[in-house]
Design a protein around this ligand. Sequence first.
Ligand SMILES: Nc1ncnc2c1ncn2[C@@H]1O[C@H](COP(=O)(O)OP(=O)(O)OP(=O)(O)O)[C@@H](O)[C@H]1O
Length: 601
Amino acid sequence: MRHALIAVLVAGVAAIVAGVVTNDFYLRILFNIGIYFLCASGMNVLLGFAGQKSLGQAGLFAAGAYGAALLTTSAWDLGPWTALVLSTVIAALCGVLIAAPSLRVRGPSLAMVTLAFGIVVEKVVTEAEVFGGAMGIYAIKPLTFAGEPLDMTGWVWLVIALGLVLHLLLRNLLTGRYGRAFLSLQADEVASGAVGVAVHRYKVLAFVIAAASCGLAGALVAQQNQYINSDFITFNLSIFILLLVLFGGAGSLAGPVLGAVTLTVISAMVARWAWIEHFVQGALLLFALYVMPKGLAGVLGGLFRARRDAAPRRAEAPAADARLPLREAPAMAGPLLSAEGLNKAYGGVRPARDVSACLTPGDIHALIGPNGAGKSTLINMLSGVVRPDSGRTLFRGEALGRAAPHAVCRRGIARTFQNLRLFRDLSVRDNVLLGQHARMRNGFLSSLLGLPLAWREERAAEARVAEILRFLGLSGLADQPAGALPYGLQRRVELARALATEPHLLLLDEPAAGLNPQETAELGQILLRIRDQGVTMLLVEHHMDLVMAISDHVIVLDYGAVIAEGAPAVVQADPRVMAAYLGTDEVEPEEEAEGRVAVRA
Ligand SMILES: Nc1ncnc2c1ncn2[C@@H]1O[C@H](COP(=O)(O)OP(=O)(O)OP(=O)(O)O)[C@@H](O)[C@H]1O
């Protein structure tokens, strides 16, 4: 509520200023601030939250502007308000178009593709007859109120009102489930999919939001000016929109307003010297990138934030009475998971050769084998990160097929990674809340509108996360950035995040890697408690003491094939296992006869 009140207050003050000012030049500056704020708000979702770099926003601005122009001047002859809505929708659809490459390319390549989109649109609107060529389109219908076209003050009030509504809607969206999902995309797409975020869908959504807000701004500009031509649609505009977000503070809710106000005023001040305007923009971009990586919002936030006491960096003892949240599921007979004849080859390397395995529910299964045996590859195939070349996996009796990682997670398989994949800049709580992503029922509209369902789901997820943190002794660290914790605790946070998906099956890829002996022993106790609460586990581990102490069933891989499996003691005594670990094909007959073969890591 406090945030909403401040936003209403700022908008109210701006509206009063607009009501008092009579000078058309100043009113136009206020109008431009509103227009750039709309562009920056959407772009902030795309760049600041989802981390997708787009240099083609001018093309989306054009989609809105020319959409409004054509809809009100051509044979359609629609009313200006209808045209405003439809042109925003057209721009949003164009957003889907430029989102498509983002599903295949990333980083600089994506920036290049979006840049090309902007250039193509610029050329098309300059050359094509339907867009009026270089002359553009005239006599666009302006918006009206009570039958009268809006005057300049009316236009400013309108953009303030639209800006306020957009800000409050995006604030609802970004402070909950959707905002966390966007941030997870920016941090690590693989981990994002593994916690149940539909990576492609969320990328497209971020592009659509940015496109719709830019298109809305474009349509408003066309309707206010009552004409549009290709001079509006320049590469410079795309850079300016990017700069608005970077300078204001990417990923901050206050960033767009700070960027829009500062840069519009600076632009207006230097506008009379066109050559200086571009120079100033370039200099500001460099300044923002090098001196204030978090933009103005970051600088101001640093000034006003009270100094925090040195944060505790130690976990407390796990709470014995804490209960993990578990998903309801009908009881089933038979194995929880069975892999049948899985094969995978990377060129000449074959990390999976006809691998079959059966995981009974309620047990800790260990997957061991020498380095390069194919353990991680098997975990990757079971979690949807890697597609097997052949074979199939049945989970709870149903084939996993070619399910993507987020879909596998939704079915009840969670995982951790050999090389930690935490969302390092997010707090421990947010990391674990991301684990709850697929368990929450609030969709896009209820989140955007801040409906009670969204609040209820958020509160319920927070309560479940608090219980998981208690279970693992991490409650005192909930507000710490995950990346700032000692390594052993980061491993525990990753485990907490996986548990928050409420899995039936937990795949743990070397959870004890990098832990000291005491931490390894504590981990063993935690895994036993997790099993006792009903979660089945498949554990890849090199620490044989841990494996032998806690596993109910051990599978041994060598050169991508299962060479032994069974109870720990049986596997320990298997000569083939010994041979695999020692790198020999032979085992001394008397050793085998005496059962003296021990597995060593
Ligand atoms: N994406 C890939 N491209 C090419 N080769 C790969 C790929 N992923 C794995 N491999 C190869 O497959 C083999 C098995 O790798 P994998 O990581 O599954 O083994 P591992 O048993 O988990 O090993 P470690 O215990 O060292 O982690 C290795 O030779 C590895 O180099």
